[in-house]
Write a protein that binds this ligand. Structure first.
Ligand code: ZN
Length: 67
């Protein structure tokens, strides 16, 4: 147990967007910020560095042209 990096914090009720299971998502915090991880399927997602400067529009769904 020598490679402890950051702090892991599980999110109650959080659902993994990849495998759909709940109670599997934890947030890991380190020097560079926070990231979300799923212990079930290995999914991971980096949080935006600064929520104040991130554009909410970035995360909205993309509307594809209708063919
Ligand atoms: Zn998952």
């Amino acid at each position: 147990m020598t490679s402890i990096k950051g702090v892991k914090r599980f999110i109650a009720g959080a659902v993994c967007p990849a495998c759909g299971l709940s109670e599997k998502i934890y947030v890991q915090r380190d020097q560079s910020g926070e990231s979300r991880h799923c212990v079930s399927c290995g999914f991971e997602e980096r949080k935006p560095e600064d929520p104040l400067t991130s554009n909410p529009g970035e995360w909205s769904s993309v509307r594809l042209p209708d063919k």
